[in-house]
Design a binder for this molecule. Structure first.
Ligand code: GLU
Length: 420
């Protein structure tokens, strides 16, 4: 049987729990899901017909604060996947030490098959179903795969209609003109770039490093653009349809700018004739580069290709891109993995800044947002590195990040006690 993402996340947890010597009680508490919400709901189509869609919202653990996490619209969404992603959000918020628990949501749909009107209908109806469980003090959704600032605006409006007044703090990742935070759009990619800069600080920085980025959405395109600005050579970029290679560096900044106008990566290649060549999609993660950045979907690094990876460093832009088997192979081969719960935590970190701004009705400048992000994520990186080094090389960065995340949630649970 193939390993599901929930299998991976649970076995990562149990591995860390073994290393920490966590009690059975704590293991049970930490692997319990507080709320599992499942709904089937109708959406009116433009032609007057309607279809039933299926959606989920899961709160994993809220010991450290309100449940926080994105909503994805994708055909592969399942309850197990949403649970796995919710659990990762709990550890992620704890790792960067922001006062949130973990949540995730998803609807089984390919948003590309819906008109704008149908997408809005779907979002409004799904939000209406979720009104009893979301809220600025209880559960704050955000964008994820297949959703964006416009979808967050519709969620905010629908929730506000139900309450009878505007509630900007119910979602993050909103358009800036509606109380979204400056810098939120680029925050996940920017956080990845900060973490990589810090990791390579003593080995020449990112300047001249050859980097392969898989995924060219809101995470991949931004990290590629920002690392290029820092002097890295983005020798490979790829989305699900095309992979492009130039040993001297693909102009990722130009590609990102073209995509921001509503085009796709294949269109950029066809229309703009950039200096790069198409290569097989599966060559990107096994390319001869200094760093690979899987920033698309989960489980792209498995036991099948982990032995072929040539890069000494994996920077996880996506959630759960590495299977447990691949992780073990990387450890054995001495390949360093900077884990998702640290590397891609820039998004939720700036979501926290957005939530704080919404609740105080204040606006921060983009400079302040980026500076605070750099401070928080760099400090989390240093804490994790110090912890890993204290294990005298026995632990991976993922182990150390998991220990810190789990310990903080356990500590909050112990301090609060079990009700009643
Ligand atoms: N969806 C993003 C993640 O997986 C951001 C979540 C948030 O901002 O709440 O980390």
């Amino acid at each position: 049987m193939t390993e599901s993402m929930l299998d991976t996340v649970l076995s990562q947890f149990h591995q860390a729990a073994d290393q920490l010597g966590l009690s059975d009680d704590h293991r049970e508490t930490m692997t319990a899901f507080k709320t599992v919400f499942h709904t089937q709901f109708p959406v009116a189509r433009d032609d007057g017909s309607f279809d039933i869609f299926e959606g989920y919202r899961v709160h994993h653990n809220v010991a450290r604060g309100p449940a926080k996490g994105g909503i994805r619209y994708a055909p592969m969404v399942s309850l197990d996947e949403v649970k796995a992603l919710a659990m990762l959000m709990t550890w992620k918020s704890a790792v960067v030490n922001i006062p949130f628990g973990g949540a995730k949501g998803g609807v089984i749909v390919d948003p590309a098959t819906l008109s704008t009107n149908e997408l809005r209908n779907l979002t409004r109806r799904f939000t209406t179903e979720m009104v009893p469980i979301i809220g600025p003090d209880s559960d704050i959704p955000a964008p994820d795969m297949g959703t964006n600032a416009q979808v967050m605006a519709w969620i905010m409006d629908t929730y506000s209609m139900a309450r009878g007044y505007t509630v900007p703090g119910v979602v993050t990742g909103k358009p800036v003109s509606l109380g979204g935070s400056a810098g939120r759009q680029d925050a996940t990619g920017r956080g990845l770039s900060y973490v990589l800069q810090e990791h390579l600080r003593d080995s020449g920085g990112v300047q001249g490093k050859r980097i392969a980025v898989q995924g060219f959405g809101n995470v991949g395109s931004v990290v590629a653009k920002l690392l290029q600005q820092e002097g890295a050579l983005i020798t490979y970029i790829a989305d699900k349809d095309i992979a492009l290679h130039n040993p001297a560096g693909v102009d990722a900044g130009a590609a990102a700018a073209y995509l921001a106008q509503g085009h796709s990566l294949p269109q950029w290649y066809e229309d703009q004739h950039p200096a790069c060549d198409p290569v097989p999609l599966d060559s990107v993660l096994i390319a001869d580069v200094d760093v690979i950045v899987p920033a698309a979907i989960e489980h792209v690094l498995t036991e099948e290709n982990a032995g072929l990876v040539k890069a000494p460093l994996v920077l996880e832009g996506a959630n759960g891109p590495t299977s447990q088997g691949a992780d073990a192979i990387f450890k054995e081969r001495g390949i360093t993995v900077i884990p998702d719960i640290l590397a891609n935590a820039g998004g939720v970190t700036v979501s926290y800044f957005e939530w704080v701004q919404a609740r105080q009705y204040v606006r921060w400048t983009e400079e302040r947002v980026n500076e605070e992000l750099r401070r928080l994520i760099t400090s989390a990186y240093q804490t994790i590195c110090a912890r890993q080094q204290s294990s005298r090389g026995q632990a991976t960065l993922r182990d150390a990040a998991s220990w810190i995340g789990i310990e903080r949630v356990v500590e909050a649970t112990e301090l609060r006690g079990i009700f009643p």
